[in-house]
Design a protein. Structure first.
Length: 465
């Protein structure tokens, strides 16, 4: 082994075979002897549903920042996804988005891209690459029930198998990637670490999703989105459509308390017609539903501030939704987990030994900060939101971002500034650079669009031609 490898953990245990768990394994596998992933359920052999991932039935995308992070950890991932039927959607060239401030233009020059596929396919492509490495193994039907060690150092985990028997697994490093159901706060308390703070900001958003057979081939089909406007009275309804593999459309509709979508299949398309524009409903009228409607109520933004603890035990790292889970409407969860995994990978590559866990937890928090600001900065303005109310500063920032968004409907510079941040390639602070402030002050350079900017083929579909 190299000098760097000898200073790195020899044995790593990852709690959870989630996307974050696989990315964690990808981040460390080159610098350790073995990685064992502890998973409570069976992992499918192909692109099939994985037990314990209710959010998989809703639309998913990889932002540019996330796709590039995964490519860093697992080179060739994007090509494998595209070969399996995923879509590469140029931003904003192939996006039809109705923001609260108006329709965004489809600028000919693309600045970023999204990778769109079913969650099952994305999971499979990543999982297959990680598990083909002989250093990585999975122990399925096994639950992690506690940590070994003390408040200074975590030395492994206690696990319980399906038959109820328990075992101790020793490790130089434990990575919690168990998602929203994480038990790390309770485990830390058992070790005597009790000063953990957390936030939960919940707009009450409910997700309902369904997959359709598209009436046309979906190559070069755009992302469609009708966003909610928190400034309007009444529930904040929204919806999105993404092309996925197999010439299918994945459609998610969202609503806050008072008028949220349900599992009633007959009510799905009528709900789509309650959005601020009927474009989604008009498209679905030409498509064939392939699945029932799936509903999820767990959409709160929840964050544990591990990086702020006065003491953090060596040998323990938390990643992904175990640290911060976001309202899925913003499409940042997987991308943030991937960027956190890259931060861990970079520390190991530099030979970080002393204080690895503390340094890693702080590095993982940096991409979380940006996504957290984006998600909560929007959600706190819905009247149904619990956990935090907007301050005067929040309202001023929201007014400025709204002005910049209105400018972006007719300014390529403003649109690029916003998409840099939304793609997780720039922090929100870049939106107040002097050049961006001046752009927002000048306002849109082109007349706002009165209707969605559609290609001839898209218009022909809507008109039935």
């Amino acid at each position: 082994m190299s000098e760097v490898s000898r200073r790195s953990p020899a044995r790593v245990v990852v709690v959870g075979g989630s996307m974050a768990g696989m990315l964690a394994a990808a981040a460390v596998k080159e610098h350790v002897d073995t990685v064992e992933i502890i998973e409570a359920h069976e992992l499918p052999d192909g692109p099939a549903p994985r037990t314990g991932v209710p959010q998989a039935v809703h639309i998913h995308m990889l932002q540019t920042g996330g796709a590039e992070a995964i490519e860093t950890l697992l080179p060739g991932s994007t090509d494998l996804l595209l070969a399996a039927g995923a879509h590469r959607i140029p931003v904003t060239t192939n996006m039809v988005i109705y923001s609260p401030e108006g329709w965004y233009r489809r600028w000919r020059r693309a600045t970023h891209h999204l990778i769109s596929a079913s969650r099952d396919l994305t999971d499979f492509i990543i999982r297959e690459q990680v598990l083909k490495d002989p250093r990585v193994s999975v122990r399925t039907h096994t639950r992690t029930v506690g940590l070994l060690g003390d408040h200074r150092t975590v030395t492994g985990v206690r696990v319980r198998t399906a038959d109820g028997s328990e075992d101790e697994l020793r490790a130089d490093l434990v990575i919690d990637a168990s998602g929203r159901s994480t038990r790390t706060p309770q485990w830390l308390a058992q070790l005597g670490i009790t000063d953990l703070t957390q936030d939960e900001i919940d707009s009450g958003l409910v997700y309902a999703s369904r997959i359709y057979r598209a009436p046309v081939p979906t190559h070069n089909w755009p992302m469609i989105g009708v966003q909610a406007d928190p400034r309007l009275p009444g529930p904040g309804n929204a919806g999105g459509l993404l092309p996925i593999e197999g010439d299918r459309w994945h459609v998610s509709l969202m609503g806050t308390p008072g008028a949220h979508p349900t599992r009633d299949a007959d009510a799905f398309e009528p709900f789509a017609r309650t959005l601020r524009h009927p474009l989604l409903a008009d498209l679905l009228a030409h498509a064939e539903p392939l699945t029932d409607v799936s509903v999820t109520h767990s959409t709160a933004n929840r964050r544990h501030y591990y990086e702020r603890l006065t003491h953090w035990p060596e040998g323990l790292i938390a990643l992904g939704d175990s640290v911060a889970a976001f309202n899925p409407v913003y499409g940042h969860g997987i991308s943030v987990a991937a960027q956190g995994a890259v931060a861990l990978h970079d520390l190991l590559a530099k030979g970080q030994a002393t204080g690895l866990a503390r340094h890693a937890q702080r590095a993982i928090a940096r991409p979380i900060d940006s996504a957290w600001a984006l998600a909560t900065g929007q959600d706190i303005h819905f009247p149904t939101t619990t956990g935090k109310s907007p301050t005067i500063t929040d309202r001023l920032v929201h007014r400025y971002v709204s002005r910049l968004s209105r400018t972006a409907t007719g300014s390529f510079h403003a649109a690029t500034a916003l998409t840099d941040v939304l793609a997780l390639q720039a922090p929100p602070t870049t939106l107040v650079k002097p050049s961006v402030l001046l752009t927002a002050l000048l306002g849109p350079l082109r007349t706002p669009l009165a209707c969605p900017q559609l290609t001839r083929a898209e218009q022909d579909l809507l008109s039935g031609r």
